[in-house]
Design a protein around this ligand. Structure first.
Ligand code: ACO
Length: 173
């Protein structure tokens, strides 16, 4: 059964409808919904990185945390692509807004957790996700939108209009 709009993490009107409408038929682009654990959200993310099954309760608790954050200050905007026939998620990406003091107390959009189900790769869904998030980030007021990626994905992001501005640094615990 499709997710209800009331279950969305944020108002779907924030999505650029003209871009969302350009998906191939049989696919729907929408905000992450509270029922998406059952649609394979975590299984999809395993095609990006380690995303073990934390269970429905922990997943829902995290969803509610993000809902509370968004209710206070709209910040997290995960977008998913649903395959209508199977009612499974086949694409996911998120933009979150960092609130800065600099740049006239500006906003910076960070794109994270971009993944397309291997079965659906090569159909321009990744490109669509990045287009949608970039437009959202800019409509929400970000003066720039940035992301970190593996060098093997640099050509993909270049095709999405992004350019290499340096290197990513990380320190894992
Ligand atoms: N290297 C070079 N070119 C690429 C790559 C790549 N790795 N991936 C896609 N492209 C090209 C395509 O050939 C296409 O080119 P064209 O317009 O000339 O035909 C264009 O980029 C758009 O490709 P899409 O079909 O939109 O890409 P897809 O839907 O397959 O999604 C993605 C790309 C998201 C990288 C997918 O391969 C994937 O999920 N990979 C595994 C997870 C991953 O690495 N995600 C990125 C993490 S970085 C982050 O989250 C910020």
């Amino acid at each position: 059964m499709p997710a209800s709009t009331q279950d969305y993490l944020y108002d779907a009107s924030l999505l650029p409808q003209e871009l969302a409408a350009l998906l191939p038929s049989g696919l729907t682009l929408r905000p992450l919904a509270s029922s998406d654990y059952a649609r394979g959200h975590l299984q999809l993310l395993t095609h990006l990185t380690s995303a073990p099954d934390v269970g429905q309760d922990t997943w829902t608790a995290r969803f509610k945390e993000l809902q509370a954050v968004n209710a206070a200050v709209p910040s997290y905007f995960p977008v998913v692509i649903v395959e209508d026939e199977s009612d499974r998620l086949v694409g996911h990406a998120c933009v979150f807004l960092e609130r800065k003091f600099l740049r006239n107390a500006g906003l910076c959009g960070h794109i994270e957790d971009v993944v397309v189900d291997p079965r659906m790769q090569g159909k321009k869904l990744g490109l669509k996700l990045i287009e949608v998030l970039t437009v959202m980030s800019e409509h929400l007021g970000a003066y720039k939108t940035i992301l970190d990626c593996d060098p093997k994905n640099e050509a993909f992001y270049a095709k999405c209009g992004y350019e290499n501005k340096g290197c990513e640094m990380a320190r894992y615990k």
